[in-house]
Design a protein around this ligand. Structure first.
Ligand SMILES: Nc1ncnc2c1ncn2[C@@H]1O[C@H](COP(=O)(O)OP(=O)(O)OP(=O)(O)O)[C@@H](O)[C@H]1O
Length: 265
């Protein structure tokens, strides 16, 4: 039979990496995150946007238990990574942070060589059996961080001697060296010039092929350029979450519209 019906295109379904439900965070009496529920997909860049103090970084830090390090912070709700609670008593936060890596606003290489910056995580997690394997991990990670060509001849030089943009790519290489599944980035370009920012944005787009990436950004242009999903936070609430294109062109909530058109922020 000559079947002329159009071939149905496979719908691209991405796995849910993080399933967050009814999440709350308090700092003492300050209710910083109010009843937030969101699904974060694998192999996707998700941007968290919103005015200063709305809770973007607080929520990001919940995803690898960085708020545990803040005495007055209290976290409630369900945070499931691949279906398992990351706040379960059996979960070791150090192991969790190898799986859910983080890159900070200000590049923060250790006061060690470029090589040792990247080798640090694999060493403490016992990921290499010998020096040759470690060398391989370091090279692969620096390549993923899109900085290998710039540093391959000076791996023993201090990481702190690199330019700001190179330091940030070194920190990304360090974060991917432990083979994480999720990469959290808290305003990773805010200390970088436009050229270094463009390099890191390009890198984020490549990292999406392997990881689930969550980025906090103050730049709506950046969110629009690098992310496929966007979450808009306001006063601790997750006001709107959806496809980045929809959030920026056809927001459903008037608060989102006010923010993206520059009326609040
Ligand atoms: N360590 C802390 N101790 C006490 N309060 C905190 C702490 N960190 C954040 N807060 C408060 O929690 C709320 C949310 O802050 P958070 O830093 O998560 O917001 P943000 O959206 O990331 O802001 P920004 O864009 O300015 O970085 C704010 O009211 C802030 O003052």
């Amino acid at each position: 039979m000559n079947d002329m019906r159009p071939v149905e295109r496979a719908v691209e379904t991405k796995e849910i990496k993080f399933e967050c439900r009814d999440c709350q965070v308090w700092y003492g009496d300050t209710h910083a995150i109010k009843d937030v529920s969101v699904d974060i997909q694998d192999k996707t860049v998700t941007a968290f946007i919103g005015p200063s103090g709305c809770g973007k970084s607080t929520f990001l830090r919940c995803l690898n238990r960085m708020n545990d390090t803040i005495d007055i912070a209290r976290v409630e709700g369900s945070f499931l990574l691949d279906g398992e609670s990351i706040y379960d008593k059996r979960v070791d936060p150090v192991q969790l942070r190898a799986k859910v890596g983080m890159v900070f606003q200000k590049p923060n290489p250790f006061p060690k060589s470029i090589y040792d910056n990247v080798a640090y995580g694999p060493r403490i997690h016992g990921l290499a059996k010998n020096k040759a394997e470690l060398d391989e991990i370091v090279e692969k990670s620096l390549r993923r961080g899109a900085i290998w060509n710039e540093v391959k001849d000076r791996l023993d030089a201090p990481g702190t001697g690199l330019s700001g943009g190179q330091q940030q790519r070194l920190c990304i290489a360090r974060a991917v060296a432990t083979e994480p599944e999720v990469l959290l980035m808290d305003e990773p370009c805010s200390a970088l010039d436009p050229i270094a920012t463009a390099q890191v944005e390009e890198l984020i787009d490549e990292l999406r092929e392997s990881y689930s990436v969550v980025i906090v950004t103050h730049s709506m242009q950046q969110a629009a350029r690098v992310s496929q999903k966007t979450a808009f936070f306001h006063l601790g609430n997750l006001v709107e979450f959806g496809e980045t294109g929809q959030i920026f062109t056809n927001p459903k909530d008037p608060r989102t519209e006010s923010y993206i058109t520059g009326r609040i922020g």
